[in-house]
Design a protein around this ligand. Structure first.
Ligand SMILES: [Fe+2]
Length: 393
């Protein structure tokens, strides 16, 4: 078998994997029961594995271009289309630049893997669930080294009385037995130290309903000077989301999906208010009804998925915080993220995007159903909003 044929099979296989990943990303963005999403992921893995084997079988060691039955051109065409998409996504990944309104970013990496009270980090942070424990302990896994950042953005139409307001954005805990409560307690210690005006959680608290008992010692004890606000995500929807919502509220958090919340400035009560609203669609509820809020209010949307960006722009949302995509969890060295459960694929896997008039921040989150991270650390981010004096378009 020639080198050129093997090269072509390799490139087509990469393209076919991209097509499959695009399909999984789209499926995971829909309101589908967990069993269908899981079945799609399994089928996807099977097809990606089978594709190069079948292709080599079909080509039968022939030289390129092969004389083969027409039916074989279907997978070849899929691979070619996927490879084109892969090149496009790679170019997009490398062309990404933060928006001009980004004033500064100060980040530090916090390595949580210290031995505390004589207990080594593997036993302190990694749960006992055997398969997940093996995943968490893979060499180079960044799951337990978190990035804590302060990012400052200058926004048009931010009322002067809110100049300098701070928000801590947390997302996607996915409590399960693969990662211990101690890990989330350590992450929450970092968030508490940032002492924000608004403490925000954008969904996916649980993958195991029993772990709701961790909430009081983790997110439940966090406070923002103006309050703490949450929405839930698709992984909460898979479970008993009513109980999760109830527990958050019991611990002093405000459920943004019940109705928008208007916050007047304490020192300037007659000035422009902030309005916070939530969006758990497509999994739960409906998008917020903003018809009753002040016309000039500075609108902030907390949405589990970045897919609601279109609604945000149409409704004059000035800041949108989202999670759900986890940054892809694994960002390949050249290609970037591959899996990102969004209708937009990997376009909004993580980062900050200016889509006039909305600044959207997509968090990589804190953990995941699988505790694995490469080039994609968990993050705790404090956003500082400043009043912009210039047009940022
Ligand atoms: Fe998630």
């Amino acid at each position: 078998m020639s080198i050129s044929l093997l090269t072509i099979v390799f490139l087509l296989s990469a393209g076919f994997a991209k097509v499959m990943a695009m399909f999984v990303n789209w499926v995971c963005a829909q309101k589908l029961a967990r069993k269908y999403v899981a079945a799609d992921k399994s089928l996807n893995l099977l097809l990606i594995t089978a594709y190069p084997i079948l292709l080599l079988y079909g080509l039968g060691g022939k030289e390129w271009p092969p004389s083969i039955a027409p039916v074989w051109w279907i997978p070849i065409l899929m691979g070619a289309i996927g490879f084109t998409a892969l090149v496009g996504a790679t170019i997009r990944h490398w062309s990404y630049r933060p928006p001009l309104c980004e004033v500064s970013v100060v980040s530090q990496i916090i390595d949580l893997r210290a031995t505390v009270d004589g207990v080594c980090w593997q036993d302190r942070l990694v749960g006992s669930r055997s398969r997940m424990r093996r995943v968490a302990l893979l060499p180079g896994n960044e799951q337990f080294t978190i990035e804590v950042s302060t990012k400052t953005y200058a926004l048009p139409n931010l009322p002067s009385c809110w100049d300098g307001i701070t928000l801590v954005h947390l997302s996607d805990c996915h409590f399960h037995s693969g990662v211990t409560r101690a890990y989330f307690e350590a992450v929450c210690d970092q968030a508490a130290a940032l002492n924000p005006d608004l403490m925000i959680f954008s969904g996916d608290l649980l993958d195991d309903q029993q772990r709701l008992e961790w909430l009081p010692q983790t997110l439940g004890r966090l406070r923002g000077k103006l309050g703490q606000f949450f929405v839930l995500g698709n992984h909460d929807w898979y479970l008993d989301h009513a109980s999760t919502r109830q527990e958050f509220v019991r611990l002093g958090w405000t459920d943004l999906c019940q109705h928008p919340v208007t916050i007047a400035h304490a020192a300037h009560p007659d000035s422009t208010p902030l309005v916070l609203c939530g969006d758990e669609t497509p999994w739960m509820g409906a998008s917020a009804d903003l018809s009753g809020i002040p016309f000039d209010a500075f609108r902030i949307l907390i949405s589990h998925t970045p897919d609601n960006i279109r609604w945000a722009r149409e409704n004059d949302i000035r800041l949108m915080l989202a999670g759900h995509t986890h940054g892809g969890q694994i960002q390949l060295p050249i290609l970037g993220p591959i899996y990102s459960p969004s209708r937009f694929g990997c376009r909004f896997a993580s980062g900050v995007f200016w889509l006039d008039p909305t600044l959207m921040y997509v968090s990589r989150g804190i953990s995941g159903k699988e505790p694995i991270r490469y080039n994609c650390r968990p993050e705790v981010t404090r956003l500082v909003l400043r009043q912009s004096v210039t047009d940022i378009n």
